[in-house]
Design a protein around this ligand. Structure first.
Ligand SMILES: Cc1cc2nc3c(=O)[nH]c(=O)nc-3n(C[C@H](O)[C@H](O)[C@H](O)COP(=O)(O)O)c2cc1C
Length: 254
C-alpha cells in the first residue's frame, strides 16, 4: 500500500490529546494544505475559525452535547459556510446595478448557494483531516456544532450569511493505539450501486447492517436498529440539531 493510501486507511478519530501544543509553523502548514482543497468556482465559500482560547473551548465542550474532551484539544477548527464575503463584495462591486441595467433580477444568497457553500466547507474540513494526519496530528469531527445555532452565532459573532457546518478537534494523539481495530464500515457491495438506485429491503437490509453493528447490542436494547434509533435518531441532541439547522435556514432566507 502506498503512503497516501495507508494514511487514509489507518486514520481514526482521536479523542485523547497530548498536552503538547501544536507549533505555530505546523498550524500554518495545516492551513496551507487545507486551502488547496477543491472549491466550487474557485470561490472558497468558507471561513475557518481557529479557537484556542481555553474559555471558548470550555464553552464549546458544553454546547456541543457536553463532550469534555473537546476542551482538552489544543486547537479547535470551526468550519463555517461563508457567502457573506462574496455577497458583500458583489454589492461593493456594483454587481446589482449592472444586473438591473441588463434587465436581470438581482437576488440574495438562497438555499442553493448555501448547499454549495456547505459542500465547499466540508471538502475543506476533510482535506484538513488528511493534512493533519500527514503532519502527525489527530482529529475528531464534532457534528454537534450544528446544534444551538443562536448561541454559536453570538459566540462567534457570525453575520447572516455565515453558518457553522462542522468542527474539528486537533492535537497530537495521547498514544498511538495502532492495535485498536478500525471501526467497521458497510460492505462496498451495499454502498456502491450501478446506474440506477436500488432500494434495499428485508433480509438484504439486515445483512447490510450486520456488517456495521457491534458484535453485541447494548444491554436492554433488543436489536441494533432500535439501539441506534434511541441513541442517535430520537435522542435530545438529534432533535435539537434539527431545530437548530431549521433556524439557520430560516435566518439565511429571512
Ligand atoms: C459529521 C461527523 C460528526 C461527528 N461528530 C462527532 C462528535 O460529536 N463526537 C465524537 O466523539 N465523534 C464524532 N464524529 C466521529 C465519528 O464518531 C467517527 O468518525 C466514526 O465513529 C468512525 O470512526 P473513525 O473516525 O475512527 O473511523 C463525527 C464524525 C463525523 C464525520
Amino acid at each position: 500500500m502506498n503512503d497516501t493510501l495507508k494514511l487514509i486507511h489507518d486514520r481514526r478519530s482521536t479523542r485523547a490529546f497530548d498536552d503538547k501544543p501544536i507549533p505555530y509553523d505546523v498550524v500554518e502548514s495545516l492551513i496551507k494544505f487545507t486551502l488547496r482543497a477543491p472549491t466550487a468556482g474557485n470561490m472558497m465559500l468558507y471561513t475557518i475559525l481557529k479557537v484556542d482560547d481555553p474559555e471558548m473551548k470550555q464553552k464549546l465542550a458544553e454546547s456541543c452535547d457536553h463532550q469534555p474532551f473537546i476542551a482538552k484539544a489544543p486547537l479547535l477548527l470551526v468550519f463555517l459556510a461563508d457567502y457573506q464575503r462574496w455577497y458583500d463584495y458583489f454589492l461593493r462591486s456594483g454587481a446589482e446595478e449592472l444586473c438591473k441595467e441588463k434587465g436581470m433580477q438581482p437576488r440574495k444568497p438562497g438555499v442553493g448557494d448555501l448547499m454549495l457553500a456547505v459542500n465547499d466547507t466540508l471538502i475543506a474540513a476533510q482535506t484538513a483531516v488528511i493534512a493533519a494526519e500527514a503532519l502527525g496530528l489527530g482529529t475528531c469531527y464534532i457534528g454537534d456544532i450544528l446544534e444551538k445555532y443562536e448561541y454559536h452565532r453570538d459566540l462567534f459573532r457570525l453575520p447572516k450569511y455565515v453558518l457553522p457546518v462542522t468542527m474539528l478537534c486537533v492535537g497530537y494523539p495521547r498514544e498511538r493505539d495502532d492495535d485498536r481495530p478500525l471501526t467497521r464500515r458497510f460492505d462496498p457491495k451495499f454502498v456502491v450501486q450501478h446506474n440506477h438506485y436500488y432500494r434495499l429491503e428485508g433480509l438484504e437490509l439486515d445483512m447490510m447492517f450486520k456488517g456495521l453493528g457491534p458484535e453485541k447490542v447494548e444491554e436492554g436494547m433488543p436489536n441494533f436498529g432500535q439501539q441506534m434509533y434511541l441513541r442517535k435518531f430520537a435522542s435530545e441532541f438529534s432533535v435539537e440539531m434539527t431545530r437548530s439547522v431549521q433556524a439557520m435556514i430560516d435566518s439565511w432566507n429571512a
